[in-house]
Design a protein around this ligand. Structure first.
Ligand code: ARG
Length: 455
């Protein structure tokens, strides 16, 4: 493509070093669609005849179909997807093909392709997130009555409905979906017409081409447009954060599926065995999700590190952006898909959950609240119950097994009704603030998510 200026062939090692066709070939649909819009803009400016434009369009469609069918022969010496497609087009249709690159550079072309790719993938990922949210809400609904100990510092804290725990992740995923939609606004800006760096002396109707491809806005600075990858960086941040959220959920499921907790069972279809230990059933989907969370953070770090050293404007370093972007998109899609399937088949061990949630220590805060409602300042109540907990542990008798006079040794405000506090259902029943897990609130939240996710 640059033979005019050069007298020597590129060294074979350099060809292997600089090629990107081995990974950017997958932009082919966006490349042909982008070129078709560009050809129409060229026609509108009188730089292509209607006939030339039609030949180009037909040729590009045919090439796209061949790539899709796997019958197109890519040539590594043509470096990238843009030059492979353009060269094939010119071979097929001749002079009209050679006119396609008028008023365009690969710099604005690749920026366009990447934006088209991410716009489409962000939508696909949004749908997958929604699908996983549906699975989590479904699991919560199936086991709506299940109560487990809630944990802070991985120490038993207070009883919570299992579904309330799951809905925490539905909230996180919703923020991820919202963040993706927000990133999409900055992805969805049309860079073509920026040329290599400073636009072109050949006037083209950028707005017309943008409209053909469904872009609501044009980039406003040609230098920024060819070197900006912010839209990719923020998308990768959202994917990394989604990965982090699912890594945390995985950690919960790994713990909950262990013999130590035994709150949930992950189905055989989503577990793996050990080649050595016959008794093992391992939560590998969760573990790999946790591992891939690290990989997604790596992809974001790769991209940011590529960007941080770049002087204006386009530098070849930017070719490496796609390695990180494609990997992050592929991995998050894999995770989301397999995860929804796994969640749909998770089973809760209701008896085990109930036994764990019956730990009387979980109601210590409720006892402190009891004293507060009878006039004791909370700090004092906290101390009284602290002593009572120590006593109960030393006695190896839970609160419910103590008698009233024992309670009253710690504070005279204790009355016979203290025993009504020692009840998990009642404890949850009273948690009625917005965001708290009373059964009514939980039911309303599940219904609200079902409405939102299925609407
Ligand atoms: N394959 C290149 C990339 O992905 C396309 C742009 C090349 N531009 C250039 N001036 N060499 O970034």
């Amino acid at each position: 493509m640059w033979k005019g200026r050069f007298q020597q062939e590129t060294a074979p090692a350099v060809q292997r070093f600089t090629e990107s066709i081995s990974f950017d070939w997958r932009l082919y649909r966006y490349d042909t669609e982008g070129s078709i819009a560009h050809a129409r803009a060229l026609e509108k400016s009188g730089l292509l005849t209607g006939d030339e434009r039609r030949q180009i369009e037909q040729g590009l469609r045919q090439i796209g179909d061949e790539i899709e069918a796997g019958t197109f022969a890519f040539r590594p010496e043509l470096e990238d997807v843009h030059m492979n497609i353009e060269a094939a087009l010119t071979e097929r249709i001749g002079p009209a093909g050679a006119k396609l690159h008028t008023a365009r550079s690969r710099n604005d072309q690749v920026a366009l392709d990447l934006r088209l790719y991410l716009r489409s993938e962000v939508d696909a990922i949004g749908r997958l997130i929604r699908n996983l949210q549906r699975a989590l809400v479904g699991l919560g609904r199936r086991f709506q009555a299940a109560v487990i100990p809630g944990y802070t510092h991985l120490q038993r804290a207070q009883p919570v409905p299992f579904a309330h725990h799951l809905l925490a992740y539905v909230e996180m995923l919703q923020r991820d979906a919202d963040r993706l939609q927000d990133a999409r606004k900055r992805i969805n800006i049309f860079p073509l017409g920026s040329g290599a760096i400073a636009g072109s002396t050949i006037p083209l109707d950028r707005a017309y081409a943008a409209e053909l491809l469904g872009f609501p806005a044009l980039t406003r600075n040609s230098m920024d447009a060819v070197s900006d990858r912010d839209f990719a960086a923020e998308t990768l941040f959202v994917l990394a954060l989604t990965g982090v959220h699912l890594s945390r959920l995985s950690e919960d499921f790994i713990l909950f599926a262990s013999s130590e907790f035994r709150f949930v069972r992950i189905s055989d279809a989503y577990s793996t065995g050990s080649s050595l230990m016959p008794q093992k059933k391992n939560p590998d989907v969760c573990e790999l999700t946790r591992g891939k969370g690290g990989r997604l953070i790596g992809d974001l770090t790769t991209l940011l590190t590529i960007l941080k050293g770049l002087p204006m404007t386009y530098n070849r370093d930017l070719q490496e952006d796609k390695v990180a972007v494609f990997d992050a998109v592929d991995q998050i899609k894999l995770i989301l898909e397999v995860y929804a399937g796994m969640v749909n088949e998770i089973d809760v061990d209701l008896e085990q959950a109930k036994a764990a949630a019956a730990d009387p220590a979980l109601l210590a805060t409720d006892l402190a609240d009891y004293l507060v409602l009878r006039g004791l300042p909370f700090r004092q109540a906290h101390e009284v119950i602290g002593k009572l907990v120590a006593y109960s542990l030393a006695q190896k008798r839970g609160f419910a097994e103590l008698n009233l006079s024992e309670f009253q040794r710690f504070n005279e405000k204790f009355a016979p009704d203290v025993f009504t506090v020692l009840n998990v259902e009642r404890s949850l029943q009273n948690r009625t603030a917005v965001g708290a897990p009373s059964p009514d609130n939980l039911n309303r939240e599940l219904a609200e998510w079902e409405r939102r996710l299925n609407g």
